[in-house]
Ligand binder design. Structure first.
Ligand code: ZN
Ligand code: FE
Length: 259
């Protein structure tokens, strides 16, 4: 079992730091800025950065890759379908890699960008998922390159993981996402409870991640297109009947863009 810790970057990014304590070896995910990682390595001189995992090509996820690779010699993994700086291993859907002795499976999750990938560690006790800007706590990434149908399918794929899967996404957007979730489902008690809980955490300067798939199924509107109350809210918002869960999802995504 690895220890996974957040290194804050920019205003609301997290660079996840995966730590193999026995081997004193670590990996980082989506280092948009090298500085927080270099500061951590400087404070932990007996540790070595072996691996950089990248989910997609946006600058806030790859901005520090070249500098970190130059400083540490870390091996860089990223999506084959995107241009990732200093990439050593271009990964495609369902490919398996070993990172810090753990087996990770690549899941192609187009939508936010076309080549976006996630990394999933299947584990009988504690599975975990590194999903970049695809599935967020109580939300999902914006559709910069892909279609709503692509993002819907990507989220459905991620949602096939077990309930207790820990979800490590890249941004602290939970509070604003929950405001939207509550607008969609004002009578959902689990959303109301989560709003209270996350407000307390944020007031105490605690991060709201990781989340779990179980929590997301109960409170994330973008995983709840099939729920009648969510469909009704989407239909009311757009003023017409929606034929499929994908249309409900697309309506929610467009609604959130202007929320
Ligand atoms: Zn992004
Ligand atoms: Fe991002």
């Amino acid at each position: 079992m690895l220890k996974i810790e957040a290194l804050p970057a920019f205003t609301d990014n997290y660079i996840w730091l995966l730590q193999d304590e026995a081997a004193r070896t670590c990996a980082v995910v989506d280092p948009g800025d090298a500085a927080p990682v270099l500061a951590w390595l400087h404070a932990h001189p007996d540790w070595r950065l072996s691996t950089i995992l990248v989910t997609h090509h946006h600058h806030d996820h790859v901005g520090g890759v070249q500098q970190l690779k130059a400083a540490t010699g870390a091996r860089v993994y990223g999506p084959a379908a995107e241009n990732i700086p200093a990439c050593d291993e271009a990964l495609g859907d369902n490919q398996r890699i070993e990172v810090l002795g753990q087996d990770l499976r690549v899941i192609a999750v187009p939508g936010h960008t076309l080549g976006h990938i996630a990394y999933f560690h299947a584990d009988a006790e504690q599975p975990w998922l590194l999903c970049g800007d695809t599935l967020f706590a109580a939300g999902c990434g914006r559709l910069f390159e892909g279609t709503a149908a692509q993002m819907f399918d990507s989220l459905q794929r991620l949602a096939r993981a077990p309930d207790n899967t820990l979800i490590y996404c890249t941004h602290e957007y939970t509070q604003s996402n929950l405001r939207f979730a509550q607008a969609v489902e004002p009578n959902n008690p689990e959303i109301a409870e989560r709003v209270r809980e996350v407000a307390q955490w944020r007031a105490a300067d605690r991060i709201s991640l990781p989340t779990t798939l179980e929590i997301e199924r109960a409170t994330n509107p973008f995983l709840r297109s099939a729920i009648p109350a969510v469909r009704e809210a989407a239909e009311q918002h757009c003023g017409s009947r929606l034929g499929s869960d994908v249309e409900v999802f697309a309506t929610l995504r467009a609604w959130k863009d202007r929320f």
